[in-house]
Write a protein that binds this ligand. Structure first.
Ligand code: VGL
Ligand code: ZN
Length: 197
């Protein structure tokens, strides 16, 4: 891992975990894995970025207003908080997406920092050219974030042991992984990453 690498943790929020309003099957299983990845990136002083879905109460993203999803990750709600066991360091960079009531905004590249800096600009400012990505959900936000990263000519590593999918249609997650790999993403897991270092 060069100093140009960063960890991107996609939407590990209560509403996407069992007990939440849009639970991803086994969504909470990514948490212990991420805690190991976080430790590894911290040891190497590499940036850790966590995206969050951050919707207004009324948005075309929600079923009641023309979208396909139940209400989830409403700004400031308990469901929008990161999973309580996710050991995000204090200096992790949080980026938010989905605030526009007219957009789904699945990709982290539609997110901004608390200061309104777009994600791509943040990556450029930090000199990041390689993104290690996992999180929820494989077939939505992870997929769109990975594909956008590749479109922006970043190297993208998919942390396959730290993703889970919605699978509205059975097989969606497996197909999403295939799409990401065809587009240029490299599959990785914790033991292989550790061995590579
Ligand atoms: C997501 C569905 C709706 C995600 C967000 O984070 O993958 N999925 N909103
Ligand atoms: Zn959403």
């Amino acid at each position: 891992m060069k100093s140009t690498s960063a960890l991107l943790i996609v939407d590990v929020q209560n509403d996407f975990c069992p007990g939440g309003s849009l639970p991803v099957p086994e969504g909470d299983r990514v948490v212990p894995l991420f805690n190991r990845y976080i430790e590894l990136f911290r040891e190497r002083k590499l940036p850790i970025i966590a995206s969050r879905d951050w919707h207004p109460a009324i948005t075309s993203h929600f079923r009641d207003f023309g979208g396909i999803w139940p209400v989830h990750c409403v700004q400031g709600s308990e469901g929008a908080r990161f999973h309580p066991d996710l050991a995000l360091p204090d200096d992790a960079i949080v980026i938010s997406k989905g605030q526009d009531p007219a957009q789904d905004a699945y990709s982290a590249f539609q997110a901004t920092t608390g200061n309104g800096v777009p994600f791509l600009q943040l990556l450029k400012e930090l000199g990041i050219t390689k993104l290690f990505v996992g999180g929820l959900a494989t077939d939505y936000c992870v997929k769109e974030s990975v594909l956008d990263g590749l479109r922006h000519s970043l190297a993208v590593i998919l942390l396959e042991d730290a993703v889970r999918g919605v699978d509205l249609t059975p097989g969606d997650s497996a197909r999403a992984i295939e799409n990401m790999v065809v587009a240029g993403a490299v599959r990785m897991n914790f033991s292989r990453l550790q061995a590579d270092l």
